[in-house]
Design a protein around this ligand. Structure first.
Ligand SMILES: [Zn+2]
Ligand SMILES: [Zn+2]
Length: 428
């Protein structure tokens, strides 16, 4: 009986194994890859070693790989984009994207495979995305008899500064390689439990704008404020007044955030400085709200300066940082429904769930190239259910963030990504 079972096992054609069996077999290697990548994070636009690692692994799997795809506006900079193509007859082109950059965060997870690069960390799970991409690449190479078309795998640099996708497109990504019929991606999600995938048709992530405000006054002695125009007091007033944009100016039905994340000014307690700088991030969904919020952020500090009697030539400076701005991430509704259903068939319907919109931002939407390519970004659950329940689950960008049960997250990610591609390229 035993021998018969063994014989049966050996004679089962390779393609009749389930995707999950195949992924399970690959998991120990994927987990090692994940730990390696987790230990070697690099900052945005500096992904030299990471991109070389990803490119080498994709080449081993038989993909046609091109490195350093992308260009930034700054002269003398290198964009470390990776493009890996697997052509398999006539059919649509599907782009699958992973981002590759880490964050300027000092890791405090205590993991044995924690970052070896001091002050830099994969705190947004891009190590999970790269490993998932490599696992997906392996599965698609092994399953070539079951699909037709072209797979275009992207290792994208500089996601955290929302520059990489733009840089790759500016370097002729779609002209040099192929214009995708669909673009898909997964991003790990700290409010969704490991083992699940979340979807949101339509607007999913917010637009992000960065603005610098310089509140200018007239400095002087801290003991003689009447001889000055104090920019510290005006900055404080500005920070509070900016909160009224959300509470008084926008429709309560429109999501919006204005955050002053950094305040910089002054040198010593008894000196009133000449200026204070405020660094803002603004998150919105609708273009109309986005414009109104930015107008308000320009208007309010001017009003406060006027109230304080600041001379016109010392009026506050409003400086949008357009290079750091990005539009909302909008999931094509039909594509979202189609791939979510395909993933539900693989993972079980209870593991594929509708999730809320989020005010975080992404540059993946740029791959739609102005709406020409339907795109979908899904959320890959990475949270520990117990920690989610008691509110102790660290969020993305936290020094304590790491995906709960990385084996489960990787297994879910690869099964999800392969299901999406097979749905779009699979043979009928
Ligand atoms: Zn991030
Ligand atoms: Zn991220």
């Amino acid at each position: 009986m035993k021998r018969l079972a063994l014989l049966l096992l050996l004679t089962v054609p390779a393609f009749s194994q389930s995707l999950d069996d195949r992924v399970q077999r690959e998991l120990p290697a994927l987990l090692e890859t994940y730990k390696t990548l987790h230990g070697m994070p690099e900052l945005s636009a500096q992904e030299a070693k990471t991109s070389a690692y990803v490119a080498a692994r994709l080449r081993e799997l038989g993909y046609e790989v091109t490195e350093k795809v992308g260009k930034y506006k700054e002269p003398g900079t290198t964009a470390y984009g990776v493009v890996a193509i697997l052509k398999n007859g006539n059919g649509p082109v599907v782009l699958v994207r992973s981002d590759m950059d880490g964050l300027p965060v000092a890791e405090q997870t205590g993991l044995p495979y924690a970052s070896q690069n001091a002050g830099v960390m994969h705190a947004c799970g891009h190590d999970v995305h790269m490993t998932t991409l490599l696992g997906t690449a392996k599965m698609l190479a092994d399953l070539k008899s079951k699909w037709r078309g072209t797979v275009m795998l992207i290792g994208q640099p500089a996601e955290e500064i929302v520059r990489g996708a733009e840089g790759m497109l500016a370097d002729g990504l779609y002209e040099r390689f192929a214009r995708p019929d669909f673009a898909v991606a997964l991003h790990d999600w700290a409010t969704l439990e490991a083992g699940k995938i979340g979807y949101r048709p339509g607007p999913f992530m917010a637009a992000s704008d960065s603005v610098n405000l310089t509140i200018r006054g007239v400095g002087g002695h801290g003991a003689a404020p009447h001889t000055t125009k104090d920019p510290v007091v005006m900055a404080a007033e500005t920070i509070l007044a900016l909160q009224t944009i959300s509470s008084r100016e926008r429709s309560p039905l429109e999501p919006m955030v204005v955050t002053v994340g950094k305040v910089e000014g002054g040198t010593k307690r008894n000196i009133i400085p000449d200026e204070v700088r405020l660094y803002l991030t603004i998150r919105t969904f609708s273009p109309d709200v986005r414009k109104r919020v930015l107008d308000s952020i320009e208007r309010i500090p001017r009003g406060i300066a006027l109230m304080a009697g600041v001379p016109e030539d010392r009026a506050p400076l409003f400086e949008p940082q357009t290079g750091e701005s990005v539009g909302p991430t909008v999931n094509d509704p039909a594509l979202t429904e189609r791939v979510s259903k395909a993933i539900a068939r693989e993972l079980g319907a209870n593991n594929v769930v509708l999730i809320d919109q989020a005010m975080v931002s992404e540059d993946f939407g740029r791959f739609s190239d102005g709406g020409k390519t339907p795109t979908v970004l899904l959320a890959l659950g990475a949270a520990d259910p117990a920690k989610l329940a008691d509110g102790t689950q660290p969020g993305l960008h936290s020094s304590k963030f790491a995906p709960a049960d990385p084996s489960l997250v990787l297994r879910t990610g690869v099964r999800g990504a392969v299901s999406m591609v097979m749905e779009l390229l699979g043979k009928p």
